[in-house]
Design a protein around this ligand. Structure first.
Ligand code: SF4
Ligand code: SF4
Length: 353
């Protein structure tokens, strides 16, 4: 089969499997390889040590799949129409409200691999977890452009989409890149609550709420806690303000619909989760990754920022938690509430009382 014909078959199958876009980039050194190495060397990746560990592989597709000639890039939108998701008193990043996208998309990409295997190709695929600079290859393939937020932005999908990458030893016709359409807009930079986008296209991940609430395993630095607001898993602010979302269709993928834990409930209820009930509540969700200790840590911070007197009893209980990380953040939250709601001083005695 001719490479163009094979690519057409692959694209048709990708769309049939529910991907929104399937395009091809050449398996070259990614354009931001050097910038990525400098970013990691400058410590901007924080505790994401795996980025440094496999930095060389990330910047050379030949080290990931010897003989790689093409990178098939896949995009799947997960944006929702306004009002389509519950608006509880806490915020969870849109991508984490439904089933874990790794589990949803990986079997589909494996199915695509079998098509190329029929024609003698060797493949290696990843959904966000492999040593591949996915955004660079997606930009090379024309799925979108590097927004000032450092996220990839697509004309069709806006800012809310997942990427999958399939390296192959087959030569497939590459698609052209698309042009940068950020123009004079700077909404993502202006909206960031922690000033993590330090300049256009520059992210200090160690300041980003997504990093602080998901990737960071230990204590959240106190300077950032008040800025986290009621976000308990990730942050959507820079993506949500992007004007290119206007043109994006809402995702129809049932597996990305909000799971029951999103339903409206007092935030303090999460503090009563033990390891078992945590696992049950977040089964199938990416939130399970941060385990009870990380999740309750985040809940304490959000309660410290937005809670009321009614939350004090649950926080006092959490301050006794055998997990020191939770206890420490609960104590911090109690302090915040005490400052916000000082105990009423007793009424001074009137003369003659
Ligand atoms: S995800 Fe939130 S904290 Fe991180 S860069 Fe975007 S707006 Fe800033
Ligand atoms: S918000 Fe504006 S500057 Fe930021 S990525 Fe979107 S278009 Fe570009």
């Amino acid at each position: 089969m001719e490479p163009l014909e094979l690519k057409q078959r692959l694209v048709a199958k990708a769309l049939e499997l529910g991907f929104d876009v399937c395009r091809v980039a050449p398996a070259i050194t990614p354009p931001h390889a050097e910038a990525f190495l400098q970013w990691v060397a400058a410590g901007k990746a924080g505790e994401m040590t795996w980025l440094a560990k496999n930095a060389e592989r990330r910047t050379d597709p030949q080290l990931v799949l010897p003989g790689a000639r093409s990178v098939v890039m896949l995009a799947k939108g997960y944006g929702v129409a306004p009002g389509q998701t519950p608006e509880p008193e806490f915020q969870i990043a849109q991508y984490a409200r439904g089933k874990d996208y790794h589990d949803v998309l990986t079997p589909r990409i494996r199915e695509l691999e079998t098509i190329l295997a029929e024609y003698g190709g060797r493949q290696r695929s990843y959904v966000d977890t492999g040593p591949v600079l996915e955004r660079d290859f997606a930009a090379l393939a024309g799925i979108g452009w590097h927004g000032k937020s450092t996220m990839l932005i697509s004309r069709e999908l806006g800012a809310f989409f997942f990427l999958g990458a399939m390296l192959t030893t087959l030569e497939l016709p590459a698609d052209p890149p698309t042009k940068d359409r950020c123009g004079t807009c700077s909404r993502c930079i202006d909206v960031c609550p922690t000033a993590a986008i330090t300049a256009p296209h520059q992210l200090d991940a160690t300041r980003c709420v997504a990093y602080l609430t998901i990737e960071l395993k230990g204590s959240i630095p106190e300077e950032f806690r008040p800025l986290i607001g009621n976000r308990i898993y990730g942050c959507d602010d820079c993506a949500a303000v992007c004007p290119w979302n206007r043109f994006a269709k809402a995702s129809t993928e049932a597996q990305f619909s909000a799971l029951p834990f999103n339903s409206s409930r007092p935030l303090r209820e999460f503090l009563s989760l033990n390891d078992d009930t945590f696992r049950t509540l977040f089964r199938g969700s990416p939130i399970k990754r941060i385990k009870r200790r990380g999740f309750l840590r985040n809940v304490c911070v959000a309660l410290g920022n937005t809670g009321s007197r009614e939350d004090l009893a649950a926080l006092i209980q959490a301050a006794q938690d055998p997990e020191p990380l939770i206890a420490e953040h609960a104590l911090w939250a109690i302090q915040q509430l005490k400052v916000r709601y000082p105990e009423k001083s007793p009424r001074p005695e009137a003369p003659g009382d």
